[in-house]
Design a protein around this ligand. Structure first.
Ligand SMILES: Nc1ncnc2c1ncn2[C@@H]1O[C@H](COP(=O)(O)OP(=O)(O)OP(=O)(O)O)[C@@H](O)[C@H]1O
Ligand SMILES: [Mg+2]
Length: 267
């Protein structure tokens, strides 16, 4: 039987109390779900992941994690805070936010060392991720010397090595080459097949059928406007158009230009 991991009720959040980022969000995420948060730029996807990762707390409304309120108070409890960080991992949209150690290797082992994982176990997990993500060549380099895609791979490794129960991914495929993208999608699949939960923010409809079974759409009012299966939502062209999620393609046919929305197959 599935359990509710996150439950958000009438949750709102503004930056500096004047830039609204989330408005009256109601959301339930069940254990084992593979869900994508879809929305145009600036609709609150990253902020919602930061709320789920308890990096920021709501101005109004509430968020519960396995029934417990997530607020500053909960994180004053060191045991809870440590347990939460072990169970939930976030890959940030920008790898520059995630990577702060002098070398790639130190960045990757930082999380599990903080959480008290044994050296042997860390080495085992790291060797596996190095192979899968093909990052051996730059393991001893400084993260800021890497390309964007290389940094992204390191930030993904630094979260997966914790083996969290809930994986929060912010635009995980952005900047990755096609082969690396495929490896990441396979990693996410394996992770989900172990009964774990994956919540991905994206506006890349091409990736959605692989990243998610369920979708939630955030609209320009920065609230959830649709909640359904991948199949249902990707088949609803009007909804996708209203939310800036359909590409308009411009082609040249017989010497003249034509524009039409790009169709996405839900399967
Ligand atoms: N540090 C900040 N200070 C002020 N406003 C912010 C800040 N970060 C985000 N915002 C605002 O909050 C809203 C939601 O931003 P958020 O980054 O969550 O959107 P997003 O859906 O992830 O966008 P994108 O697709 O571009 O990544 C936007 O209107 C944005 O301008
Ligand atoms: Mg974002």
């Amino acid at each position: 039987m599935s359990k509710t991991i996150f439950e958000l009720e009438n949750l709102s959040y503004s930056y500096l109390n004047k830039f609204p980022a989330l408005v009256n969000i109601n959301l339930k995420i069940e254990s084992g779900e593979k869900v994508a948060l879809l929305g145009a730029n600036g609709t609150g996807k990253s902020t919602l992941l930061h709320i789920l990762d308890a990096l920021v707390f709501p101005d109004t409304g509430r968020i519960r994690f396995f029934g417990r309120d997530l607020n500053e108070n909960a994180f004053n409890d060191e045991k809870f805070s440590r347990e939460f960080r072990r169970r939930v991992g976030l890959v940030f949209q920008s790898p520059d936010v995630q990577l702060f150690c002098p070398t790639v290797k130190e960045d990757i082992v930082f999380g599990p060392l903080q959480l008290g994982v044994t050296q042997n176990e860390i080495k085992k997990r790291m060797d596996r991720l190095i192979e899968i993500l093909n990052i051996r060549d730059f393991i001893n380099r400084q993260p800021h010397q890497l390309s964007v895609g290389e940094k992204k791979k390191v930030s993904i490794a630094s979260v997966l090595i914790i083996e969290p129960e809930v994986l929060l991914l912010d635009e995980p495929t952005a900047g990755l080459d096609p082969a690396t993208c495929r490896q990441l999608l396979d990693l996410i699949d394996d992770f989900h097949a172990q009964g774990k939960t994956v919540i991905t923010a994206t506006h890349d409809l091409h990736m959605v059928p692989e990243l998610a079974e369920g979708l939630r759409i955030l609209n320009k009012e920065r609230t959830i406007t649709a909640d359904g299966s991948c199949q249902e939502i990707l088949a609803n062209q009007d909804l996708l158009k209203q939310n800036n999620l359909v590409h308009i393609h411009k082609h040249r046919h017989d010497g003249s230009w034509h524009k039409h929305p790009h169709q996405h197959s839900p399967t």
